[in-house]
Write a protein that binds this ligand. Structure first.
Ligand SMILES: O=C[C@H](O)[C@H](O)[C@H](O)COP(=O)(O)O
Length: 223
């Protein structure tokens, strides 16, 4: 079993009968969704809300009952990956472009469980380029404001064309290098008109599950 799968399957043990479950996005969340589907086949009764079209498609294909964002009041537990996680469970997310829906799910979740392999655990956030979702009709003005924060934002491309999120927006990847104060940066970014959301998740994760190459898996609670 690989390290992502180890973390994902450990986290899925926390899901209980009757829960509303937030499904993350990405290659680690994939293993969680697959394991949830197995448990549903074994008789577990849950409903899930997906953080991306891709995760929704997987859930539908594998028989996990789905609900829409607007049909729920809260989520019992969300299981999602991350691009980086520091020692206080602050995260960079959005490597797959799903940060907006992921942050809405995390915000409304009673418990957010982050699943990572050991390569994602960092002393300080920022080596991974921070994804910032921006509206497409004012991209140049918004990029200008991002540059004032001391970075050279790169508009994300995919297969030679501008990458679009599930919400029709663009992603500006911002290489900060090392982020001293994630909470302050998160606020400053979201104050820029044209920024829809950014990939910093500050004090949102309740638990981090980490898979290690030697087969160990740790589960640390932060709240
Ligand atoms: O937008 C994507 C998400 O934030 C992912 O959870 C994150 O990028 C980690 O993805 P992966 O598990 O594929 O490394």
């Amino acid at each position: 079993m690989n390290t992502k799968q180890l973390a994902a399957e450990k986290a899925v043990e926390s899901i209980e009968e009757g829960m509303i479950v937030g499904l993350g996005t990405g290659s680690t969340a994939y293993f969680a969704i697959r394991r949830i589907a197995e448990r549903v086949k074994e008789g577990l009764s849950i409903r899930a809300v997906a953080s991306s079209q891709h995760s929704e498609d997987l859930a539908r294909e594998w028989g996990i009952p789905l609900v829409a964002f607007d049909e729920i009041e809260a989520i019992d537990v969300t299981i999602d990956g991350a691009d980086e996680a520091d020692g206080e469970a602050n995260l960079i997310k959005g490597g797959g472009g799903a940060l907006l829906r992921e942050k809405i799910l995390a915000h409304h979740s009673r418990r957010m469980i982050v699943i990572v392999d050991e390569s994602k655990r960092v002393e300080r956030l920022g080596a991974f380029p921070l994804p910032v979702e921006i509206v497409p009709f004012a991209e140049n003005l918004t990029l200008r404001s991002l540059k004032e924060l001391g970075v050279e934002p790169q508009l994300r491309m995919k297969e030679g064309v501008l990458f679009r999120t599930d919400n029709g927006n663009l992603i500006a990847d911002c290489r900060f290098g090392s982020i001293d104060d994630a909470a302050q940066l998160e606020r400053r970014l979201n104050l820029i008109p044209g920024v829809v959301e950014n990939g910093l998740f500050v004090r949102m994760a309740h638990t981090v599950v980490t898979g290690y190459g030697d087969g160990r898996v740790t589960m640390q609670d932060y709240m």
